[in-house]
Ligand binder design. Structure first.
Ligand code: ADP
Ligand code: MG
Length: 314
């Protein structure tokens, strides 16, 4: 029997490209893949990454402060907000157009600027590890450290870069609004770039100098939306053990236990495949009947039908 599913889809970097013109092209292909699922009757909620975009905005804003002394440095949380709006704009437009082509003349697409609460005591704040923005000389890095209190690290012999914390998402501030929109069958784009990281300060939500992993944010979103599936679309069709080695083995079906074992054995690279597998395990283990799938954008439809991808379930 066919069952309409509620699906949270996390789009990886390859769904958006690296530059403004690339993104405008890439979203067309992305919109087609998403509309294939909508056309099959599924309820689709979209999350996207923002690595290159937030880097670009961050650099542009830094250039502004250098040129105009009256413009103070832009907080990272503001750059994330800008990236959500800009990516949402392109995705909204592409989805609207593709939906219309397929006869869905009235299906609204809406982007929610999303704040995600993090814990100020998250150990990630003590060990900022995620590099963002452009490479700098040692002198530039020292200036930035002194002027803005940024933490700078040497990045693999290529120069200095700012590093920020990557704390775990605790709560999606706009969750209720997102649930209402999804319940009312709107196509929602939210939690872009993992969400705008904020910490609770009385009644005030204060932006944090951090980047939340979009894979973890989409897993939390999928749990709170009571989704049937979390689909993480990325640059590989499946996850592998012994990735890149002679005895590489692509994974089809994984139980939670198997996934945890492979994580412990170090098969998934930190910062790329590891957060996806962890996010998938978190979602799939949160309640019965929840399945996580990792695959390529163009394989999403086949993946839902069980034909490809790495699927993780109880
Ligand atoms: P995204 O933008 O989709 O988050 P990432 O580059 O962060 O993409 O993660 C996907 C990448 O993870 C793949 O392109 C692949 O090179 C890498 N990767 C690391 N370990 C594995 C693994 N064990 N199996 C498959 N891919 C892996
Ligand atoms: Mg990634």
């Amino acid at each position: 029997m066919y069952k309409r599913k509620r699906i949270v889809i996390a789009l990886g970097g390859n769904a958006l490209g690296n530059t403004l013109p690339e993104q405008m092209e890439a979203v067309k292909t992305t919109a087609k893949a998403l509309c294939d699922l909508i056309e099959e009757g599924h309820q689709v909620v979209v999350v996207h990454g923002n690595g290159p975009q937030v880097g670009m905005i961050n650099n542009a804003m830094a250039a502004l402060s250098r040129e105009d002394k009256n413009q103070p440095n832009t907080p990272l949380s503001v750059s994330v907000a800008m990236s959500q709006a800009y990516i949402g704009y392109d995705l909204q437009n592409a989805l609207r157009e593709e939906l219309r082509k397929r006869g869905f003349m009235r299906t609204p697409v809406v982007t929610v600027v999303t704040q995600v609460r993090v814990d100020p005591a998250d150990p990630a704040f003590k060990n900022p590890s995620k590099p963002i923005g452009h490479f700098m000389s040692k002198e530039e890095a020292q200036y930035q450290e002194k002027t803005y209190g940024h933490i700078m690290k040497e990045d693999a012999g290529r120069g200095y870069r700012r590093v920020v914390a990557s704390p775990k998402p605790v709560e999606i501030v706009e969750q209720d609004a997102i649930n209402s929109l999804v319940d009312a069958n709107k196509i929602v784009i939210c939690c872009g770039g993992g969400g705008i990281p904020v910490v609770l300060n009385g009644d005030h939500l204060k932006g944090a100098s951090a980047v939340i992993d979009k894979d973890f944010a989409s897993s939390l979103l999928a749990q709170r939306l009571d989704a049937d599936m979390l689909i993480i679309l990325t640059a590989v069709e499946k996850a592998a053990i012994n990735f890149g080695k002679e005895n590489e083995k692509w994974l089809d079906d994984l139980t939670i236990e198997e996934a945890r074992q492979y994580i412990a054995e170090g098969h998934f690279a930190a910062g790329s495949m590891l957060p996806k597998i962890q996010a998938a395990v978190d979602f799939a283990s949160s309640a019965a009947g929840r399945t996580a799938l990792i695959t390529l954008l163009e394989k999403a439809r086949d993946g839902i039908q069980g034909k490809t991808g790495t699927r993780i379930h109880l």
